[in-house]
Design a protein. Sequence first.
Lengths: 373, 266
Amino acid sequence: MDQARHAKVERVIDDDLTRLIVRGRLDRDSASAVLDWLSAWTPRRGGRVGLDLEGVDSMDSAGVAIVARWLDLARKKKCRPELLGTSPSAQRTLEMFRFRDEAPREVEKQGGQLLESLGDWAIAKCTGTKDFFILLSDILYWSLVGPFVSGRGAPSGELTRQTILLGSMAFGIVSLLAALIGLTMALLSMHQLRQFGANIYVADLVAVAMVREMGPMMTAIIVAGRSGSAIAAELATMEVTEEVDALRAMGFSPVRFLVVPKVYAVTITQPLLTAASICFGILGGMAIATVALGVPPEAYLNRTGEILKFKDLVTGLSKSLVFGWIILVVAANSGLGTRGGAGEVGISTTRSVVLAIFSVIIADCIFSLIFYL
Amino acid sequence: MDALLQMEDVALGYGEKPVLADVNFTIRPGQLVVITGTSGCGKSTLLKGAVGLLKPLAGTVRLLGRDLSILDETGLMEVRSRVGLLFQGGALLNSMTVAENVALPLQLHSKLPAGAKKKLVQMKLAMVGLEHTWSMSPSELSGGMRKRVALARAMILDPDILFCDEPSAGLDPVTAAALDRLLLDLRNDLNVTLMVVTHELPSIETIADRMIMVADGNVVFDGTLDEARHSTLTSVQSFLQRKAARSDGAGMSVLERFDAGGEVGS
Ligand SMILES: Nc1ncnc2c1ncn2[C@@H]1O[C@H](COP(=O)(O)OP(=O)(O)OP(=O)(O)O)[C@@H](O)[C@H]1O
Ligand SMILES: [Mg+2]
């Protein structure tokens, strides 16, 4: 054994006392081997057992750790372990790390632990919910009243910056994905429609699906992943670096300063992004209709215009608006609710995305029930 | 008004368990009070409680003579405009330039014309020796520079009382001494009352009129530096003599060994 080269363990049995003698260097290289020997030689049926460190030339914190560990193990085997002697160098190390031979205090298991933790969990959930509604009312209040109370909002230009961040920069990915979805829908339905010679109806299918469901939904999911996470991370970082506290201490409302510009921005960008996604989805469908089904583009667009009702457009766009707000409120809630250090920022961000997508889908179900039942 | 800050039986903490309990003290105008204590004992918590960022779990906090918990919006704004706060990490907003950060409180509490505001910002930045960082982003500054910018921001409204959380931590001795000088000047020339959290002994010796020491969830000492030197409390003595406190007599800690210059076992 390699470790055995600088540490040796010996066992001497005197009457009722088992003496374990360690010699050489008790350090991080030899520690685990020494511990193996020590525990192997500790009597199984209890009794006195002593550890002799007189012959230890040098010892480090790993050595201290195994001495402590051995004491625990010996006690677990119902032995009465004791430290028989230490060399000066071992003594110094033991003292330096404040080694004390004391039986580990068992943490008493309390009776109502399960109930207690259940209670803690419930309280945490309740305060979480309360905080959420406070935040929500704050956001509502400042979004509606803010423009009429001067001087305390975010610096001018913030709205533009946020609009660009939430809108223009998401435009590319939203339109690309929408076009691909339109394309896919057309492809999927192509064969069936062709069987009935109902090629032109591909326009109906794509248009209605994009306007009612896919447009608002896909846009919301992309915005939740892209902008919602960014907002949550930004706010969480500001919270843990005390910037939010600083704003509060100066007299600013953090909600008004940080969240409200984003509310306005999302109110502008979300319907626009959704409209773009609908257009690109329809174009994607048109591409397949033209190439694979031989429907001329003009016929496709005419058909689309005929089939789309004003009501569909309005519901689609208002849905998207609500989705945008949901994403924002969820992101603000998890961002501003962050406590602790940098690690929490990541957790908040993840939670924000998951919760936002979940809430958007729930809201979509509710909308479908209301509008189309 | 005779007391700028008054704490009566205040308990402060996060969640339900208090970090500090039974805090009682009063700060009068013109004092420079140092809050000190070991790391993690609750100094920052005390500061947050004093300015109302943390609601007391018990007791009342009166800032500028007003009870923060029952103050209405206008009253709160008025108090905020007369209180400066320097956070431990600076807490500058990264989305704005240094100048915009410093000017932030003006946006809310000042009706000066824009040109005058700009001059004011220049003055305060010059005060901390950082005029050249005017249009930089806080992320381009070093930790110490950020803190000085934050001090400029805290001072922009000439507050009655200024709270500083470890202003000189992370600064070199020369800059730290200059900062101490600055704090003294603020007190002497502008009659600003200061509550400064620090554990730099030299700095405490230069600036403190009064020292409040926090330990074990309580204020354990409150008095002048002279009184502190004659105090019999072990926590005060070991702090002044830069020693780690002995714990139940079981061998010396690593810290003590280093302190005593003793040899540490190999
Ligand atoms: N946001 C928080 N949530 C929960 N506990 C906290 C929070 N902030 C601080 N604490 C706890 O409160 C105690 C006091 O922290 P505080 O930041 O006031 O210490 P401090 O005296 O300022 O220390 P330092 O000198 O290191 O800045 C610590 O034990 C810490 O764990
Ligand atoms: Mg602190």
